[in-house]
Design a protein around this ligand. Structure first.
Ligand code: HEM
Length: 400
């Protein structure tokens, strides 16, 4: 049986709670978020059992997602951060995401200083200069494939500078990181290659440390001792996965939307002061990660009996499109008042890269729209979606 097949439903899960929905393959090949909105409109249960990917719970209310993100005592990350099993079981753990507090906090502290506002000032100037250079190069061509020609450059080059990795490694790393967040990819095999890569870099920096993030991790003290090699590899690999896919995926969703919505494009081009509010609304509307927790002991969660060891998928697109929080949730409205969202998770694991992501998305809006205000999809070559732990636009031809 593959992950895409239906697994037998546990006997004590009520048939009314079973929904034929695969969180890693939601179903629409061109509009990633539509199946989530359709289920909300169809009155899907707040908590349901999906028989796919081995079988697991899915939460659809934003408030429930926030509650589980904030509750590591009942919902642990130590059994993995997706509904897939850890494979092979003895591989290095991706700390801090595959750990609970207090251990999780020990490893998170190794990189969190690099993501605070003062540390990101220099990154912002660098990202803006790079965005301008990329857009000015593309502009005379009248078209581009946005994902490979922009989205996989701006956030990734900024990240590669943070960790002091050479630009030429980008192409090796992208498919390895993408396989970790993509359904039906050879995940374990590609993760082993990422570990090899991270291991080489950690050893190199431990022997000859510089001023970059990997050097800091490779030479860190944790719990009163030098960090172990497998721990340094785990942290570095996690950063590579976190830093290489998410912002590029988010940019793809935003640009697909803007290509299809001239009124939003014109609104932003006419009033650049909207860019911060627009960034927040896009981050709400296009939430794209589906991480997971494991139930620690048998428990009752809002009237649903969950058993120890069962997985709970934290599908943030459901949170983003919860009509209880966001009236008419598919509508993109830059004046929307609610700022509460689960796009970056919440609680101890809340995304450390959220400020960097915000900076880069705001720069995209501020620098693209004045230079290329009118653009549209190529009807002969439609967008393609990639699904899994992250929902991404993997192919987005734009014309202007
Ligand atoms: C729009 C872009 C992004 C989105 C939507 C996003 C989403 C998330 C979410 C939902 C989590 C929590 C997962 C969980 O609790 O299971 C998370 C954690 C994390 N993210 Fe992001 N992320 C983004 C950008 C980034 C960037 C740019 C980086 C690094 C350069 C990054 C690195 C991480 C790391 C290391 C964690 C684990 C933190 C911990 O376990 O304490 N993310 N992200």
């Amino acid at each position: 049986m593959t992950a895409a097949d239906r697994a037998p439903v546990p006997a004590d899960v009520a048939p009314s709670l079973v929904v034929d929905f695969d969180g890693y393959r939601p179903g629409d090949n061109q509009n990633y978020h539509l199946p989530y909105a359709r289920l909300h409109e169809g009155g899907v249960p707040d908590i349901f059992w999906s028989p796919y990917n081995g079988g697991h719970w899915i939460l659809t209310k934003r408030a429930y997602l926030a509650e589980v993100f904030a509750d590591p005592a009942r919902f642990t990350s130590s059994e993995g951060s997706s509904v897939d099993p850890i494979e092979p079981p003895d591989r290095p753990r991706l700390v801090p995401i595959e750990a609970d507090p207090p251990r999780q906090q020990v490893f998170r502290k190794l990189f969190s200083p690099a993501f605070i506002a003062t540390a990101l000032k220099a990154r912002e100037a660098e990202a803006r200069a790079l965005a301008i250079e990329l857009i000015e190069t593309l502009k005379p061509r009248g078209r581009c494939e946005f994902v490979t020609e922009f989205a996989q450059h701006l956030p990734i080059r900024v990240f590669m500078n943070m960790v002091d990795l050479p630009e030429e490694d980008r192409e090796t790393l992208l498919p390895l990181a993408a396989a970790q967040v993509q359904a039906d990819a050879p995940k374990a095999e590609m993760l082993a290659l990422l570990f090899d890569y991270a291991g080489r870099r950690v050893a190199e920096r431990a022997a000859n440390p510089g001023d970059d993030l990997i050097s800091r991790i490779a030479t860190a003290q944790v719990e009163g001792r030098p960090i172990a090699l497998h721990e340094a590899i785990g942290v570095t690999t996690l950063l590579l996965i976190g830093g290489l896919d998410t912002v590029a995926s988010m940019m793809g969703h935003i640009m697909q939307f803007l290509a299809q919505h001239p009124e939003h494009r014109r609104q932003l081009a006419a009033d650049p002061t909207l860019s911060a509010a627009a960034t927040e609304e896009f981050l709400r509307r296009f939430a794209l990660t589906n991480s997971a927790r494991t139930v620690v002991t048998d428990l009752d969660f809002h009237g649903v009996r969950m058993r120890a060891g069962q997985k709970v998928m934290l599908a943030t697109p459901f949170g983003a499109l919860d009509p209880n929080d966001y009236p008419d949730p598919l509508r993109v409205d830059f004046t929307r008042k609610s700022n509460t969202k689960t796009t970056f998770g919440g609680g101890p694991h809340v995304c450390p890269g959220s400020m960097l992501a915000r900076i880069e998305i705001k720069i995209l809006l501020e620098e693209w729209l004045p230079r290329i205000p009118e653009f549209w999809l190529d009807e002969a070559d439609p967008p393609r979606i990639r699904t899994g732990v992250n929902g991404s636009v993997e192919h987005l031809p734009l014309m202007w």
